[in-house]
Design a protein around this ligand. Sequence first.
Ligand SMILES: [Zn+2]
Length: 60
Amino acid sequence: MQPSQKLSRSRTRSRRSHHALSSVNLSDCPRCNKPKLPHAACANCGYVRAGLSLKIEKES
Ligand SMILES: [Zn+2]
């Protein structure tokens, strides 16, 4: 089956107006000041919140 009518440029472009990606929101780790994802453990030092941090296993 083929589409019965060609979509106009306007239709195509207005559909794609919602396709833009937004940048990742990063916050700074309070312990090591590296950027980290909010609500996630810091990849550098494992800090989550006061009194809780994860062990980071270094590969080397
Ligand atoms: Zn950190």
